[in-house]
Design a protein around this ligand. Structure first.
Ligand code: HEC
Length: 102
């Protein structure tokens, strides 16, 4: 049932041109490179790296874009996101926003 709903939703998304809505599964697949610092479930293992789990989706996407575009500067983050497309970013944001911060 979930799969059918998802398929319908994806179809509507494509038809409606709402391609910016993030895909959680695709984001999860892309997140392997992020896990070393932000944790496998978005909870960072060290005090110097931020948790991402449960953060607001729009905020996450905006921050990742800012690192990519250089308006937010951080030597560790910049190379991690330099080659991400807007779609990758939307998916990553959806994935981390979907995780529980508890
Ligand atoms: C080498 C460690 C490292 C890796 C790998 C890494 N990050 Fe980060 N990330 C950081 C650090 C450090 C910061 C804090 C940057 C700052 O102080 O501005 C950060 C900040 C962020 C923030 C902003 C959080 C906030 O609350 O504002 C987001 C979003 C983020 N990272 C996403 C990602 C994503 C997505 C990936 C994988 C594509 C990734 N990071 C990979 C170290 C890393």
């Amino acid at each position: 049932m979930k799969a059918i709903l998802l398929a319908i939703l994806m179809g509507l998304t494509l038809l409606g041109g709402l391609a910016q809505a993030g895909d959680v599964e695709a984001g999860k697949a892309k997140s392997a490179a992020c896990a070393a610092c932000h944790g496998g479930e978005g909870i960072s293992p060290t005090p110097i790296w931020p948790n991402l789990a449960g953060q607001k989706e729009q905020y996450l996407a905006a921050q990742i874009k800012a690192f990519r575009d250089g308006t937010r500067q951080n030597a560790q983050m910049a190379p991690m996101v330099a080659n991400l497309s807007d779609e990758d970013i939307a998916n990553l944001a959806a994935y981390y926003a979907s995780l529980s911060c508890k």
